[in-house]
Design a protein around this ligand. Sequence first.
Ligand code: 6PG
Length: 262
Amino acid sequence: MPTLRELPEGLLVAQNRQSLAAGAAEWIKFELEEVLDLQPICRLLLAGGQTPRALYALLALEPEIEWSRCELWWGDERCVPPDHADSNFRMVNETLLQPLAARGQVPARVERWRTELGPEEAAAHYDRELRTIALVHETAPQFDIAILGMGADGHTASLFPQTPALDERERLAVVNTLRGGQGTRLTVTWPIIEAAQNVVVLVAGADKHSTLAAALHGPINVLKMPIQMLLDDAFDSDAEVTWFLDEDAAQSLSDLTQLNRL
Ligand code: 6PG
């Protein structure tokens, strides 16, 4: 395990993006093996974007992981074909699925968002598929490991500030309309994240520092900064939340012990 400076409340800081990925990969591998010691299948909810690329590439190299007992789902997706440069499925396919296939390893289930159905039907289809997973919580199926990122505006998955999906508590998967005409995204909703057993948040880069500091230091306002849901008493979850940060994103967070919330 690379050297990680541990801050209170599950905040782990790595020197750089690569050691963040290495630390998260080791943590996820350990957790995944723990889950498979107790149950036949381990369900992972994957994050999109760029930060997880190095993590998925490292997980693909882990020979001990029993991928045939792992299900891969996506926390969100862009409304593009699965081979589009912006597709989160394509990113995971490149970094994880294809390297595994080259070694003859196939996950038990790879459930991508069927964006070819169009946004509304893709969301309805994902909602239906999510409901085929046994409901652990009365409202949502349980993912063993949910991997999330954070945008510089404080979004996570495709739960963006001041967007309708933030208030969705019935449907598990929806189309979310971004503000300012920035188009639409597909995303799971809070019940899915709340039902997770483990939530892993990956935040890297100096461009995230001020948002991360505001999220951890400042008053809670989930509408303005959705990532703060993970810190809010309203987060109706038993999930263990672990944050993997790099030094660029963490910068002056070492005074967390003075925070009134951590
Ligand atoms: C997406 C992600 C999104 C991502 C953040 C951070 O589809 O883009 O699911 O929530 O995690 O935007 O993205 P980076 O890792 O690229 O900074």
